[in-house]
Ligand binder design. Structure first.
Ligand SMILES: *Cc1c(COP(=O)(O)O)cnc(C)c1O
Length: 228
């Protein structure tokens, strides 16, 4: 077994353990492998190991890698990074899911980037769990309005919420706030039951707080190559 295969298997075991400890069925969780800064060869290796969900956070790298990996049938790309509205077309062209819709203008841009005949795009509303407005995500108090705005756009489907745990507090209470944010969105879109949360350092806490989509990078890929 390669190191990559071993790390993937170990993380999947830890996910399954955390799910059972929380009284949840591991099969209801989607494990997204975050491949940012790694070459497309790593995506190909992961694909051969059965991975079908991968995540990227920078549009240019995402666009390039998705094109290079176009032959990998059934691979789903999750865009998890801050998105500029003028990149909406490129993001929409390659993403199966956009996790980072955090303002009405971005939702509008993604909607406007749809081409006739495109599938409806699955989106998550990114919530800022910190007090720092400079971090990505909508403030919890503005989430319901963003949900209503986005739900009205016919080419987007609101599936739930996404967040990154704050650096300056333990993840568990932050993920509990995210769970309440998910309930807020479900008052607007009743079937929006996805919660994208949990990274290498905190996926067990995220699973305990109801996460459905885990975004795990370095625990699986190994350390990221130097990116300056
Ligand atoms: C990089 C990144 C991850 C994965 O981080 P790891 O700590 O390597 O697991 C998850 N979510 C987002 C938004 C990221 O940018």
């Amino acid at each position: 077994m390669t190191d990559l295969a071993a790390r993937l298997a170990e993380v999947d075991q830890r996910i399954a353990d955390a799910a059972r400890a929380a009284g949840r069925d591991p099969s209801e969780l989607t494990r997204i492998v975050v491949t940012k800064f790694h070459p497309v060869a790593l995506v190909e290796q992961l694909y051969r190991l059965g991975v079908r969900d991968v995540g990227e956070n920078r549009q240019q790298e995402f666009t390039r890698k998705a094109a290079d990996a176009a032959a990998l049938d059934g691979l789903r790309w999750h865009f998890i990074g801050q998105a500029q509205t003028n990149k909406a077309r490129a993001i929409r062209a390659a993403a199966s899911v956009v996790h980072s819709v955090d303002r009405p203008r971005l939702a509008d841009a993604l909607h406007g980037a749809g081409e006739p005949g495109d599938a409806v795009l699955d989106v998550l509303l990114q919530v800022n769990l910190t007090d720092d407005a400079g971090r990505g995500g909508v403030a919890p108090g503005e989430l319901e309005a963003l949900a209503a705005h986005t739900a009205a756009l016919s080419t987007l489907r609101v599936r739930g919420v996404m967040a990154v745990a704050p650096l300056d507090e333990p993840p568990a209470p932050a993920f509990e706030r995210l769970r309440r944010c998910a309930e807020t969105v479900r008052r607007v879109v009743p079937d929006a039951d996805w919660i994208s949360a949990g990274m290498t350092a905190d996926f067990a806490e995220a699973i305990a707080a109801g996460a459905t989509h885990l975004r795990i990078g370095s625990a699986i890929t190994g350390p990221r190559p130097d990116h300056g």
